[in-house]
Design a protein around this ligand. Sequence first.
Ligand SMILES: Nc1ncnc2c1ncn2[C@@H]1O[C@H](COP(=O)(O)OP(=O)(O)O)[C@@H](O)[C@H]1O
Ligand SMILES: N[C@@H](CCC(=O)OP(=O)(O)O)C(=O)O
Length: 364
Amino acid sequence: MKKQTIVVKIGSSSLTNDNGEIDEAKLTGHVDAIAALKKANHTVILVSSGAVAAGFKQLGYPFRPVTIKGRQAAAAVGQSLLIQSYIKKFQEHKIVPAQILLTRSDFSDRERYRNAFSTIMELLDRGIIPIINENDSVSIDELTFGDNDMLSALVSGFIHADQLIILTDINGLYTDNPVKNPQAKKYNFLEEITDDILAAASSDGSKLGTGGMKSKLEAAKTALSLGVSIFIGKGEGKDSLLHILQGTGDGTYITNKALEPINTSRQWIALHSESVGKIYVDEGAEEAILYKGRSLLPAGIFKVKGSFEKGDVVEVYGKNGLLGKGEVNYSSSEVEQEMKKRLEKKKFEPSIEVIHRNRWVEIK
Ligand SMILES: Nc1ncnc2c1ncn2[C@@H]1O[C@H](COP(=O)(O)OP(=O)(O)O)[C@@H](O)[C@H]1O
Ligand SMILES: N[C@@H](CCC(=O)OP(=O)(O)O)C(=O)O
């Protein structure tokens, strides 16, 4: 089998018990399955939840804390316990793991985004398994990844993974939450996540997890848009991950062969950048950038809002609203000067690319 790059995301309920402790048997099972993938020459990145669920008991809480400071403190205790267990178990397979804790702002800052990328690549080149979690103890509540399902989708796009495997306490996506509706049927294969499928998945999760199936599907949608295939299921047993790669896993496969990976800088523009201005274009420019694969030229721009510099990201609007985002090659005042020259019928530069094609992402 071709060597693949796999992101494995493990949910809290697949690593801990209800009492706020690591379930060593479950964790060992996952480590053994990951080691089997590595042995088969695949590259693996682990996104592991479980810090809050593994830490609240030792912090002195009888159940998962509901306050922000309680959760953040539980994560501080639990994250080190988790990593301790991972180091011990991976050592038995002579595998060295590394901890990476990320916050949303690490992704929105372009330099930190590039740094995170090169660190992960260096670890992978040296055969180390990066274990990624959100840095819960310092994350600001309104500025998080949402949950680790989304974090794992972003990571898999970022490193151009072949497959994202989301392991949870249920063997896939059902037409309804099977815990509440025993008539619910399982989806084995999907090519897209329609609004109907999203609407049927509930955000009810296990006692320990966050987001339920809904957050997994939202993450799967993001991963698909970045050209990554997804599997959602339980994954028990040391050969489970190999079976999943071979197509015989018990869960839901979500794959769309027509979607292509998009490069990291365009991912950053689409998913993480903050727009600092707006550009309004006419119908001709809209058609050129949306349907003819062209760059945005000053001739089609009729209004600029906000003040931006070369290298900033701006939103582009057409007659029916937002068309997409792109990185500008010129400042707002330079673009305005070109617009003015054009309106005054003076010599302007019709061919300068305000947004180059490779720095443009359409928002659908
Ligand atoms: N349509 C659905 N199909 C499958 N499971 C669902 C569905 N809707 C809700 N769920 C619930 O999602 C839960 C898994 O989500 P969650 O507890 O957040 O997992 P994790 O901790 O692994 O991230 C399942 O236990 C199940 O009860
Ligand atoms: N970062 C948190 C997990 C957040 C999360 O998404 O949990 P889960 O739904 O179990 O994957 C933690 O480690 O406790």
